[in-house]
Design a protein around this ligand. Structure first.
Ligand SMILES: *Cc1c(COP(=O)(O)O)cnc(C)c1O
Length: 371
């Protein structure tokens, strides 16, 4: 038998700046803990329920309704709850949208967009780079005027927020073909005009819930463009018809995402309110970085990510000390992505403003002592 530690009052939650899987709102975890063994008097855990049971179907439907309300999703869009992460969408999008020919066009603004392009190419689809931030060293996204679609473009794919580089679009491209957007690291950070897009997708583990769930919003008229021999689990139309239950969905992750939607609605007060808090969090961290002579961030002001703030120390030999002292101060997961190094503070919805204040205080103190 596992010995359970019963004294949960000893538990401390530190501030978690992880890029993903990321912080979840404490009230969500508390609610999940409360319901873990016995969901609302039913005598079993959500984890132990049939996905076809009335209890779980109600949980699933409530989550979709809350998400639709939060994002004001128009009626002609399907909401799909999938697995495979955002990375599987790199293949599913071309398989669903290129069945009638044409090429996949991409804006390349960082590592995730590049992977999306590579995956479409790997499957044998025609791909075209319609714009790139590479000339600026990924410090500035291509402008609307920079975008050059191929004549046979079936859609344009871009990454709203490049999680590793900390580069975020400050506009929604306006092109004559359906827009497909990887919103993994910034969905629900602010209100969004869903009607501008053909497909929006996001892995859950940044701003939605735990890992294992992927959200896809797809416009109805795009559901009949799929390749003929697409696996049914990859087929948006088949998944939509089955209510995202072609096979067993990630039920517990779906339930937790639903609790996050409830938290956004009732505790935060919706996405306008969330956006105000997020803007304040990011603005104060960037201001602290810019005011110091020790920390820096290279991204053009208009494209600085509000969700992922990468920064470097003037003396990289202090990186390890910085991270170790930060951890001792209860500030977790500030290391930059393994591919780029440096630091990165992810300020997703569930990271409270107090966490950002604590980080800023720590950074100032560290600079004074070591800088
Ligand atoms: C994290 C992330 C991904 C990869 O997500 P997985 O769920 O691990 O496949 C893709 N795109 C963006 C923008 C991300 O932040």
């Amino acid at each position: 038998m596992l010995e359970l530690r019963r004294n949960t009052t000893l538990m401390t939650r530190h501030y978690n700046f992880c890029a993903g899987p990321a912080a979840l709102p404490t009230p969500v975890l508390e609610r999940a803990r409360e319901e873990l063994l016995d969901y609302q008097g039913r005598g079993l855990s959500v984890m132990e329920m049939s996905h076809r049971s009335p209890e779980f179907v109600a949980i699933a439907e409530q989550a979709e309704a809350d998400l639709r309300e939060l994002l004001a999703v128009p009626e002609n869009y399907k909401v799909l709850f999938l697995q495979g992460g955002a990375s599987l969408q790199f293949s599913m999008v071309p398989m669903n949208l290129l069945g009638q020919g044409g090429s996949a066009n991409f804006l390349y603004t960082g590592i995730w967009g590049k992977k999306a392009l590579a995956e479409a190419k790997h499957l044998g689809f025609d791909v075209h780079m319609a714009g790139s931030s590479e000339p600026s060293g990924h410090a500035e996204v291509p402008t609307q005027a920079d975008i050059a679609l191929s004549a046979d473009a079936a859609y344009l794919h871009y990454t709203a927020n490049e999680t590793i580089g900390g580069l975020e679009f400050d506009y929604i491209p306006d092109v004559g073909v359906p827009l497909v957007c990887d919103y993994s690291s910034s969905i629900l950070a602010e209100p969004l005009d869903v009607s501008r897009f053909g497909v929006i997708y996001a892995g859950a583990q940044k701003n939605i819930g735990p890992a294992g769930l992927t959200l896809v919003l797809v416009r109805d008229d795009l559901l009949d463009r799929r390749c003929e021999r697409i696996p049914s689990l990859f087929d948006y139309q088949a998944v939509a018809e089955a209510g995202s239950m072609v096979n067993t969905p990630p039920t517990y992750a779906w339930y937790l995402a639903g609790l996050v939607f409830q938290w956004l609605k009732h505790d935060i007060g919706g996405l306008e309110a969330m956006a105000t808090i997020n803007a304040r969090k990011a603005a104060k961290l960037y201001a602290a970085i810019d005011a110091s002579g020790f920390y820096s961030n290279p991204i053009a002001l208009r494209n600085r990510s509000r969700m992922n703030v990468p920064f470097v120390l003037a003396d990289a030999s202090l990186d390890k000390t910085f991270l170790a002292e930060a951890e001792q101060a209860g500030l977790l997961n500030l290391a930059g992505h393994r591919s780029v190094g440096g630091m990165r503070a992810s300020l997703y919805n569930a990271v409270p403003e107090a966490a950002v204040d604590a980080l800023i205080d720590f950074m100032a103190d560290f600079e004074q002592r070591r800088g």
